[in-house]
Design a protein around this ligand. Sequence first.
Ligand SMILES: [Zn+2]
Length: 236
Amino acid sequence: MKLDPAAQQRLLQLADLERRIAAGGDAPQQTEEDKELAKLTERRNRAQRSAASAKLAVTDMEAEILRIQEDERRLRARERDDKRQLTAETDKEKRRDLEHDRYAAKSRIADLMGELMECHNEVHALRGNYDRQVQDLQELEKKVAEAEAAAGAAPAPEDPSARVDELREGLDAEVLAAYDSRRAENNVGVARFNGRSCSGCYMVLPAADRSRIAAAPADELPECPNCGTYLVRGVA
Ligand SMILES: [Zn+2]
């Protein structure tokens, strides 16, 4: 097929675009700003979940501390009560029971004090972690807001089918007919020849075919001997 080199490039653009669309690439393309926004939103959502679970860990530990303090109060009251009863009690056996109970309460209080100290250390660390998570979250909220503004200001992505129409309008009817008919046969129609292989079937062509294609006039579209695709040479 005869075609001037500029029109060849245009036809190649059309063929490449239609192949992309046929391969499922015709979904509305996201702008870079949209992609950035989606990425930041995802990070922000992760940070939100992370901050929520950090908050929960703090709340749980605070509840644990209250429980220990409540146990401690109860045990101290029991210990005081044992002590008070011992001042009046004269029965030997009852005194022994009271002393035993007082000892058990004191020993349990000592254990609780150890637990309480650990919990205080832990809640301190958990609160520090929560504060950091909140700070991260606030920074991400700010970035998301900025990305939203940028995405809103960005031009809408190009509609690929509008570009197809535009490319087709710039090409002769018989050229399009030849391309469409070849494309109906092999799903490609027109592809780039990179000097070694056909970009339609990806076959590396034998040396003789390569030199025949290279030697064809610039306004000629040679065909791939393997798949029949029209080959466009040169750089876009
Ligand atoms: Zn081919």
